[in-house]
Ligand binder design. Structure first.
Ligand SMILES: C[S@@+](CC[C@H](N)C(=O)[O-])C[C@H]1O[C@@H](n2cnc3c(N)ncnc32)[C@H](O)[C@@H]1O
Length: 213
């Protein structure tokens, strides 16, 4: 079964934890900028999916954890919400600022495990294609619970991947990992945690949604 400590839950004997790419070195330099550009060009369908699933509306404050170049942050702002994009990689935040034309957005350096927002500041917390990189799953969910106001909505989206996939094809979750993350959410005090499958652009995604009681 799963290793104790900061790794996410492991469900089956051969399964991976939900943060199976926690040892990723991070995004910086020319490689980081190139990946940021690719995310910028390909990320609009999943940004739209996030805004639809979280039912973003004027009056919301959306915090996007691991916002990368910011497609989903801008989508939230275009729907009339205030939005805060949080990412540990300065290269991603520079790119996000450079291409943003809509108002109502803050960009902040931070991580899932240390979110630079006050208690109860957000009504929506989401993290797109990022939980698989977190260092500390329980710590990230503690922060999600802290920054969400009571009744706030949590949404994690990860690309669907096959068990045993290697390299880039493994950057996402199997169904088992999505279920394991939903269980982490329950353990962190969230209610109504559920997993659903969705298509966005050319890819399939797992969505984990839950409520902050
Ligand atoms: C695959 S990119 C996805 C970016 C963006 N969410 C999107 O869908 O375009 C993963 C992002 O997670 C960020 N990241 C890595 N570790 C993180 C952590 N512990 N907390 C928050 N973000 C993290 C990376 O810097 C990167 O921007």
């Amino acid at each position: 079964m799963g290793a104790p400590g900061r790794r996410g839950k492991v469900v089956g004997m051969s399964a991976q934890p939900v943060n199976h790419h926690a040892d990723h070195p991070g995004f910086s330099g020319v490689v980081g900028a190139t990946i940021g550009l690719e995310l910028l060009l390909t990320g609009r369908p999943v940004a739209r999916l996030a805004a639809d699933l979280a039912d973003v509306a004027p009056g919301d404050h959306v915090v996007d954890i691991g916002c990368g170049p910011g497609n989903a942050v801008r989508k939230a702002a275009h729907r009339g919400a205030r939005a805060t994009g949080v990412d540990p990689a300065p290269v991603m935040l520079r790119l996000a600022r450079l291409v943003t034309r809509v108002g109502g957005i803050d960009w902040r350096e931070g991580t899932a495990e240390s979110v630079p927002l006050a208690d109860g500041a957000a009504t929506v917390w989401w993290s797109l294609a990022t939980v698989h990189h977190w260092k500390d799953v329980a710590g990230g969910l503690r922060e999600a619970h802290r920054v969400l106001a009571p009744g706030g909505r949590l949404l994690a989206l990860e690309r669907q991947v096959r068990p045993g996939a290697k390299g880039f094809a493994s950057h996402g979750w199997t169904r088992e990992q999505a279920d394991a993350f939903a269980e982490h959410c329950r353990e962190a005090g969230f209610t109504e945690a559920r997993v659903t499958g969705h298509r966005a652009g050319l890819r399939n995604f797992w969505a984990v949604r839950a409520l902050r009681a």
